[in-house]
Write a protein that binds this ligand. Structure first.
Ligand code: AMP
Length: 302
């Protein structure tokens, strides 16, 4: 029987400089990146779907075609008559990248507006994946309903995976971000934080504090990524560490965490032990940061 991995969030139009005064149009977003890699790594026995909102204009059509070309199902993409997709431009100033966003009224922000529709989509999933960015973009009065829908799907047997992906600029306050992230963790089976962000916004002194905070919130499996440092994870009351492979030339760390999550989850969901799955996550992340861009071709063996 086919199993369904459902990622939920926002994909945006990305305008990236070509270096010749022009910009290349692409598509990217944290949860979409994870779905994209998960599709490549999960077997044929899995469907990978993306739940988001898009408009009815041609760039929205192009985004849908991009999902479908990547093998990502679009059954749960909602079409909005009055809105379109968000956009960001990357600009290079002396080699430093800066980002400008136009996403404040994107169609994706409405993905939880119709609760019955959301419940139906989540009920069809075996695995749900979302992030702190998914929550941040929702109108604040819809976040509680979204988490209730996740909890209901989990109660019916879905596995819930969550990356806090802390981005304070997307939230009305730092307190709202931290409180909502902890509420999301409380309805999750697997939480995949990055230590640097957790230290900055929760004040954790070390990865052990991060693991303990999420474990105490009731999360059965917590996996703390830490850049080039050890991955620390806790499950069933025991903790383990894994030293990630060194990367000699870090070209672009975009999507390091997103790709780690995809490879970890694909491995774990297909029955592989935790240590091997963490190793798979860090191997993919190492490949992704060695190349430019969020989505790198992983069909070639290294
Ligand atoms: P982060 O979200 O920055 O903690 O990174 C996610 C994952 O990407 C880490 O767990 C590593 O597997 C990998 N990674 C990130 N930065 C580096 C680096 N400088 N060297 C090696 N691996 C890295």
């Amino acid at each position: 029987m086919t199993r369904n991995f459902l990622a939920i969030g926002e994909c945006m139009v990305e305008m990236a400089p070509t270096g010749e005064g022009t910009y290349r149009l692409g598509f990217a977003g944290d949860t979409l990146n994870t779905a994209w890699y998960a599709r490549r790594l999960l077997s044929e026995g899995w469907d990978v779907s993306y739940l988001t909102g898009v408009g009815r204009d041609s760039v929205s059509e192009e985004m849908l075609a991009f999902f479908e070309d990547a093998g990502i199902r679009t059954d749960y993409v909602q079409r909005d008559n009055d809105r379109t997709v968000g956009l960001y431009i990357i600009q290079l100033n002396d080699g430093e990248r800066s980002f400008s966003y136009w996403r404040s009224d994107s169609a994706a922000r409405q993905l939880a507006r119709d609760r019955a529709r959301l419940d139906a989509a989540l009920a069809a999933a075996d695995v749900l994946y979302f992030s702190g960015i998914t929550l941040a973009i929702l109108p604040k009065e819809q976040r509680g309903g979204f988490l209730e829908a996740v909890r209901a799907a989990r109660n019916k047997g879905a596995t819930v995976a969550f990356d806090p992906n802390l981005r304070p600029r997307l939230w009305e306050t730092g307190e709202a971000m931290c409180a909502t992230v902890m509420a999301a963790a409380a309805v999750s089976d697997i939480v995949l934080p990055s230590f640097e962000d957790e230290a900055t916004y929760f004040g954790d002194a070390g990865p052990t504090e991060t693991v303990n905070r999420y474990t105490q919130a009731g999360v059965p499996l917590v996996i703390v990524k830490n850049g080039p440092g050890e991955v620390l994870w806790q499950s069933d009351g025991a903790t383990w560490t894994f030293q990630v492979p060194p990367v000699t030339e870090v070209v672009d760390t975009t999507a390091a965490g997103d790709s780690f999550n995809a490879a970890f989850l694909a491995s774990h969901l297909q029955g592989t032990d935790l240590e091997t799955s963490v190793a798979a996550g860090s191997r993919l992340a190492a490949r992704v940061i060695g190349r430019r861009g969020a989505l790198v071709d992983i069909s070639q063996a290294v």
